[in-house]
Design a protein around this ligand. Sequence first.
Ligand SMILES: Cc1cc2nc3c(=O)[nH]c(=O)nc-3n(C[C@H](O)[C@H](O)[C@H](O)COP(=O)(O)OP(=O)(O)OC[C@H]3O[C@@H](n4cnc5c(N)ncnc54)[C@H](O)[C@@H]3O)c2cc1C
Length: 473
Amino acid sequence: MRELTAEVVVAGAGPTGLMLANELALAGVDVQVLERMHERTGLSKALNLQPRTAEVLDLRGLLGRAEDRSFATVADGHFAVIPVSYAGWDTRHPYQLGIPQAEVEAALEERLNEQGVRVRRGHELTTFTQDADGVTVTAGDLRIRAKYLVGCDGGRSTVRKALNMRFEGIEGQGHGVSADVLFKRTPPGAPTQWRSMANMVTSESPGKFIGVIPLPEQNLYRITFGDRLNRPANLRVKVTGEEVRAAVTDRFGPEAEISEIRWASRFSDDSRLAASYRVDRVLLAGDAAHIHFPAGGQGLNLGIQDAMNLGWKLAAELRNRAPATLLNTYEAERRPVAQRVLDNIAAQNALIPLTPNQLALRALFRDLTALPEVQHYLSGLVSGLDITYGTKKAHPADGTRLPDFPVGKAYASTLFHKGKFVLLTKSPTPIPHPEVQVAEVPNLPHPKTEKMLVRPDGYIANTTGETEGWLTP
Ligand SMILES: Cc1cc2nc3c(=O)[nH]c(=O)nc-3n(C[C@H](O)[C@H](O)[C@H](O)COP(=O)(O)OP(=O)(O)OC[C@H]3O[C@@H](n4cnc5c(N)ncnc54)[C@H](O)[C@@H]3O)c2cc1C
C-alpha cells in the first residue's frame, strides 16, 4: 500500500470533480483527484453549457478553451421542449454552447495539468474513514490521509452511500435512451445544424418524445427518446439496435438508414437529492448530491456551479480564513438550487402530455411562453442566471451575480481569474484583506453604489466593502 497525504481528496474526475480540483489548485490547496476509469471514454452524456456556466468559466479564463472545443452556438434554451430565449438577461453569453461533455472534461483537465495536478486514473475510491482531524481514503494500492474528502463520484456515488446519506426523492415511471447514430445520408427533415431548440424535439404519441441533435460529423446525430410511463424492469439492460431503429423510423420514416450506432445508453427519470451535502469532513457535489431527468440540459451545469461555490470556501477553511459558518453555506446555498432544478424538471415532465387535458394544458403553456416575462422567468430557471444567494439583504444587489460589465478595455470577469474576492470601488480604497483584490472602476452595475465586495464565484457579497462575515482577519 502506498501512503500519500493531501489537503483534499476529490473522488471522481467528471466535470464537477475537475472543476473543483481546478478551484482548489488555484487557491494553492494540495489536492489529489481519484478516478476509477483508466481513461476517458470520449463519450458524452451532456452536450451543452448554459449561459451561467459560460460566465462561471469566463471568471477563470476557461471559457475560450470551451469555445475552441464547441461545435454549436444555440440561440435559446428550452423548457419542456418549448424554446425560451435568454435575450432579456444582462449577460454577454445569452446562448447555449454546444459542446460534448467529454470536451468540457478535457478542457478542465488540461487546465488542471497546467496547474501541476494529475488525475490518478484507475484509482477507484472504495472505502474511507473520518475522525476529528481528517479523512483516510483507500483507492486501489493508495491510502491517502487528507483534511477533507469531496465525493464528485456521480449518481451512484460510493462516497454518498458510505455516508449512509439519504437520497431523497422519487422513483420515476419512465425512462429515456440516448444514442449517437450515424446515418447513411441525412434523414429526411433532420436539421443539419444546431442553432435553436425549435423543432429539435418532437412528441409523436402520448407520453413519448424524441430529440435529434446534429453532432460535428456529417450525418452523425444524438438521438434521445423516451417514454414517460414505461421503463424496463432493469434500467441497466443494454439498449438494442432494434429500439433505436424503431424510434428513428417513428421520427423519420423507414427511409432513414442507420449505418452505425456509436453509443447508446439508458437513463431514468428518478429524481433525488442528498439529505445533506456535508458530514463533517466529507462533502458531496454534482450528481453525487442530485440526480434528475436530463430535461433542459441542466445537470452538468449544476455540478460545475456546485464546484465553483465549494472550492473557494473549502480553501478558505483550510487556510483558517473562513468564518466558522462559511463552509456550511455551501449546502445552504446549493441544495435549494438543486431542489429548484428537480422541481422545474418535474414540471417539464408534466408538460409532456399523456391525456387530452394535458395536451390542452401544454398548448396553453406554449401560448404563455410567448410573453417576454414568461420567457425571462423560464430561461432564468434553466440557465442558472436567476440564482441568488442569501435571504438577509441590506441591498437588493446582495447575493446576486455580478453582470460582466466593461472595465477599461476589458471586462470585470477578468478580475476574477485568480479566484480571489474583488472589491470594486469608485474611489481609491486600501486593500482591506490579503485575500481581496481592489479594482477602481468608474461605474458600477448598480446605480447609487460606491463599492461592491464580490465573492470569488462572482456573486455580490455586499455593497459596503466589509470583509467581516466572509473572511477572518
Ligand atoms: C443521457 C443524458 C444526457 C444528459 N444531457 C445533459 C445535458 O445536455 N446538459 C447537462 O447539463 N447535463 C446533462 N446530463 C447530466 C450530466 O451528464 C451530469 O449531470 C454530469 O455528468 C454530472 O457530472 P459529475 O461530475 O457530477 O458526475 P459524473 O459525470 O458521473 O462523473 C463522476 C466521475 O466519478 C467517477 N467515479 C465514480 N465512482 C468513483 C469512485 N468510487 N472512485 C473514483 N472515481 C469514481 C466516474 O468514473 C466519473 O468519471 C445528461 C445526463 C444523461 C444521462
